[in-house]
Design a protein around this ligand. Sequence first.
Ligand code: NAD
Ligand code: TYD
Length: 339
Amino acid sequence: MKILVTGGAGFIGANFCAYELKTHPEDTLICLDALTYAGNLASLMGVIGAPNFRFERGDIADRTCVNSLFERERPDIVVNFAAETHVDRSVTDPEVFLRTNILGTQALMDACRAYGVGRFHQVGTDEVYGDLPLDRPDLFFTEETPLHASSPYSASKAGADLLVLAYARTFRLPVSITRCSNNYGPYQFPEKLIPLMISRALSDQSLPVYGKGENVRDWLYVEDHCAAIDLVMRKGREGEVYNVGGHNERANLEVVRTILRELDKPESLITYVTDRPGHDRRYAIDPGKIHKELGWLPTTAFDDGIRATVRWYLENRTWWEAILAGEYQNYYLRMYANR
Ligand code: NAD
Ligand code: TYD
């Protein structure tokens, strides 16, 4: 089987490439990635050089590039990780989110139609459902929960999901979608909560917690997400959406305190800053469908996953220090200086 992985130089995509080569060594992977600020070839060092792995730099919204790649490679499955992914960036610059996340997805699906691809799998997010109140722990997102996006990022992902389902209905494109909760683990770009807090705490810098730190996210170790995508793209029913999550809800403040404990750093580093506009209160996934239909269950408990993640950032300083040394400094000042 030949699998085209778009966005494979990003956080989840890179973990997915390693997972696929480990669990399906008989398959061939082609990675298409534009190498935006979030893409990093260093995240693929474990797979680059494997005889059944190829990397191609290119933009999913560039139809000439996409079509010539499909013409050359004729993939059996396309799994789309490529996206602009950071909510805060979507608040300051929404346009590129619409271009990559919606028009890029469309360009890929048109190529899938033209070349008769057997499955187009869209990597989606639970953020398309909007948020849940903090005082209703009995409520969860199911696949039937109406889409109710809050940020330009989640709206662009919801737009892409709607387009994917429309292509299934109108053109009978064989598609599937997973909608996962917040991931954490190795190779996550240090703009996201967990790696941002680890990298700053390690140099005794202040830890900017938005609002009161009460917002709740449902955290899943990245390898568990990779296993879910692998199952759905191979065995999931065509035209279906599967929610992915591990029933592991934590308030942001609790996550930051856990990191500080693991690193033996003081809580005095925590600084409360102005809240994110439109900040979603709580995400919580009901993963019943993927469990019942495909037998998927998460395997990494949060305490183990966060310990492994902290250890990874300690042991792979060169990976993230190289990021911090670049354009990232300007990003941090832009986002946090006046909060
Ligand atoms: P990321 O930001 O770490 O990586 C995105 C990758 O896409 C980068 O390698 C980047 O270079 C590439 N890319 C961006 N624009 C591109 C374009 N126009 N053409 C080709 N490549 C492009 O993202 P991530 O956290 O790994 O997320 C991957 C996918 O999973 C996204 O679709 C995201 O919406 C979804 N998702 C993420 C999470 C999470 O917690 N991180 C949770 C659920 C779903
Ligand atoms: P983030 O990692 O950006 O993921 P998402 O917004 O997609 O869930 O943020 C996770 C949570 O952490 C979210 O509630 C916002 C909060 N947060 C902070 O409190 N401080 C920060 O510096 C960042 C980046 C996030």
